[in-house]
Each structure stands twice: as structure tokens, then as C-alpha cells.
Ligand binder design. Structure first.
Ligand SMILES: Cc1cc2nc3c(=O)[nH]c(=O)nc-3n(C[C@H](O)[C@H](O)[C@H](O)COP(=O)(O)OP(=O)(O)OC[C@H]3O[C@@H](n4cnc5c(N)ncnc54)[C@H](O)[C@@H]3O)c2cc1C
Length: 336
């Protein structure tokens, strides 16, 4: 993507863009491709740390029968966005503020850019155990994050899960269904947990003192024995990167995910959200789909605003309908 200088970043402040996309992961880049192909003026602001960059080889993304690494996928998305001249700027957005009928995004360095709409595509952060060697073990596939993504690859293999007991049991059930031999690790579990795990055919290993990652194995150390597993999954969940939305009053779930309607509109008119930051399945295919829906809805809303401005000048928030999270007919009847 065309990277912008600081001057470009600030120059737009007098003349708002159609959209600012915050995030350059699968969601943000997909939305950028859609919006520029709709001939909308937009910019991508990103901190250059997409979760997808940690994927050694994703095999569940439709269209890639041999799998694709996260970095290769991001590279292809950037190449596609570049074809349409999408400008991008590497910066951490520190604040988004509503100013009249537009939104102002400010970086930590005090630079500002304004647009009529915002897409929050800021993703989420993984919570994990504090174990040495995790980055290498992630690359080799010994440490895995996401059973939905790669549970298929561990069928028939021995898998350990470490994390919050209830979450660990959910992941264990999922991995059991795809044919893995699963053991949940921990310090001490209640009797009810042992009983439920036993009923389901899930192993329990308590009194764990240490977990050691090797390039091809995981060794679990107890005071009386060492156990060896093919893979380790964490079960601590993710933290959505939705803090920018807090200041804007975006409705968020208890877990901090941004709530949207079926057009990816948030509770604040003019702001959409897509991908892992939204309450949904954290998957690239979902990020693609939500971004396509969001971009089309943004374009339709901008067009409606353009038409109304031509007939009677009014600001965007007067015409953007508030989100009804109980279901509404928003953009029905329009393409996408
Ligand atoms: C190890 C691992 C393996 C995975 N395997 C798979 C798999 O096989 N298949 C699959 O479908 N999914 C997989 N996933 C999940 C997948 O990576 C995510 O679902 C996907 O990246 C979500 O895309 P996104 O665009 O919503 O967020 P991200 O890709 O995380 O992108 C978020 C973007 O927002 C930017 N950002 C955040 N806050 C700010 C800010 N304040 N200012 C500026 N920029 C900001 C970041 O810099 C980044 O560019 C895996 C994840 C991990 C960690």
C-alpha cells in the first residue's frame, strides 16, 4: 500500500476522507479493497501487528488448498490493496473523537486525520501462559492457539490444554470431537471437574510444576513424573482491542467485543466494526465476510449522505440511523 508521510496524515484534516480504516489485518485490508473499488477515499491506519502474522500455515482459509502462512496472506492482501492505491500509515491510533459530523483519529504523536466514517478492524490480543520458547513452538506448530483453525491437524495426536478450567474443558471437548487425545493441565481441580472430564474421556493432569517447550514436543513436569505431549493449546481467551471504542461510547459485550448489527454497524452512527474485535468467531473467513458487509454498508450510507447533502446540506449523524441491536431493516434492498 502507498504509505503516507506525516504531512499527508495531517493535510486531510480540513477535507475529511470518506473512511478511516483502523487496522491492516484481514478485516481492515479487505474493507480497504472494497471501499477503494467503490471509489471511496479512504486510508488505513495500523500498528503493524496483525494476529494473522503469527500463523505458520493456515489450512482452513477457503481458496488455499495447500494452506497459506499468515504473512503470505497479508502480503497478498496488501498487493491487492496497492492495485487500487489504498494509502496506509503505520501508526498507533490513540484516540477517535467525534467532531461535528466527522470523526478525528489522533495518533500518539498528536497527528490528526478526519473522515466521515470509521471502520474499527483492530483485532484482538491472545492471552497465553508464560512459558519460554513460545514463538518458536508456534512456528513449528507444537504450540497452537485455535482449535477451530487447526484442530483437524492434531487428530490422533496427544494434546495438552492449559488455561481457565471451564474454557479448557470446552476446548478439550472440541479437540476430542476432531479425534485428538486430550489432557487438561492445571494446579488443582475440583472433584466436579475430574468427574466431568472422566465422563467425557478427557485426561486431567494436576499438580503441574512446569511446562517445557521443545521444537517437536511439550514436556509437562509434575513432582513425581514427566509427561510428553505432541501439542499444547492455551485456554485463556483473547482481549479485543476495542479500547478506542470506549471513549466513543460504542456498545461492547462483557468480554469487551464491539457489538454490531448484521451490517456491522456499531451503536454509534458512522462507525462500523469487523473482524476479531467484534463479538463473533475469530476467523479469517469471518473477518473477510464482515469486512465486505461493513464496506458495502459504509458505501451505501456515504452515498445516502451525499445525496441528501446535494438536496439539503446536513451533517452525517443526522441521517445515519442509530443501530437497533434487536434487528432492523437498515440497508435492506441495497446490494450487499
Ligand atoms: C497462532 C495463530 C494461528 C491462527 N490460525 C488461524 C487459522 O489457521 N485460520 C484462521 O481463520 N484464523 C487463524 N487465526 C486467527 C486470525 O489470525 C484472526 O482471526 C485474524 O487475524 C483477524 O483479523 P482482524 O483483521 O480482525 O485482526 P488482526 O489480524 O489482528 O489485525 C488487527 C489490526 O489492527 C491494528 N490495530 C489494533 N489497534 C490499533 C490501534 N490503536 N491503532 C492502529 N492500529 C491498530 C493492528 O496493528 C492490526 O493491523 C490464528 C491466530 C493466531 C494467533
Amino acid at each position: 500500500m502507498r504509505s503516507c508521510s506525516a504531512a499527508m496524515f495531517t493535510d486531510h484534516s480540513e477535507d475529511p476522507l470518506d473512511a478511516i480504516i483502523i487496522g491492516a489485518g484481514p478485516a481492515g485490508l479487505t474493507a480497504a479493497i472494497y471501499l477503494t473499488r467503490f471509489r471511496r477515499l479512504c486510508i488505513v491506519l495500523h500498528a503493524d501487528d496483525s494476529r494473522a502474522g503469527h500463523i505458520p500455515l493456515a489450512k482452513n482459509i477457503p481458496g488455499f488448498p495447500d494452506g497459506i502462512s499468515g504473512n503470505d496472506l497479508l502480503h497478498q492482501l496488501v498487493r491487492q490493496a496497492e492495485r487500487y492505491g489504498v494509502p496506509a500509515r503505520r501508526t498507533e491510533v490513540a484516540e477517535v473523537e467525534k467532531v461535528g459530523g466527522t470523526f478525528a483519529c489522533r495518533s500518539g504523536e498528536g497527528e490528526e486525520i478526519r473522515a466521515r466514517t470509521i471502520l474499527m478492524a483492530t483485532g484482538s490480543l491472545d492471552l497465553g501462559p508464560d512459558i519460554a520458547g513460545l514463538p518458536d513452538a508456534t512456528n513449528t506448530g507444537v504450540f497452537r492457539i485455535c482449535p477451530v483453525c487447526d484442530g483437524y491437524e492434531v487428530q490422533g495426536r496427544s494434546v495438552a490444554i492449559v488455561g481457565e478450567p471451564d474454557h479448557a474443558l470446552d476446548e478439550a471437548r472440541f479437540l476430542l470431537d476432531v479425534g485428538a487425545r486430550v489432557t487438561v493441565l492445571g494446579d488443582a481441580f475440583e472433584d466436579g471437574f475430574h468427574h466431568e472430564a472422566h465422563r467425557l474421556g478427557i485426561g486431567v493432569c494436576d499438580n503441574v510444576i512446569d511446562i517445557e517447550m521443545q521444537s517437536d514436543r511439550v514436556t509437562v513436569v509434575r513432582d513425581d513424573a514427566k509427561l510428553s505431549f505432541d501439542h499444547l493449546y492455551p485456554a485463556y481467551g483473547c482481549i479485543p482491542r476495542s479500547e478506542l471504542g470506549a471513549g466513543l461510547g460504542l456498545l461492547r459485550s462483557d468480554s469487551g467485543h464491539i457489538r454490531t448489527d448484521e451490517h456491522q454497524r456499531t451503536s454509534v452512527p458512522g462507525i462500523w466494526a469487523a473482524g476479531d474485535v467484534v463479538e463473533s468467531l475469530s476467523q479469517i473467513a469471518v473477518a473477510f465476510g464482515q469486512a465486505a458487509i461493513a464496506a458495502t454498508s459504509m458505501h451505501n450510507a456515504l452515498r445516502a449522505d451525499d445525496e441528501r447533502r446535494l438536496s439539503s446540506p446536513r451533517c452525517f449523524d443526522e441521517i445515519a440511523r442509530p443501530v437497533n441491536h434487536g434487528g432492523h431493516d437498515g440497508d435492506k434492498g441495497k446490494s450487499g
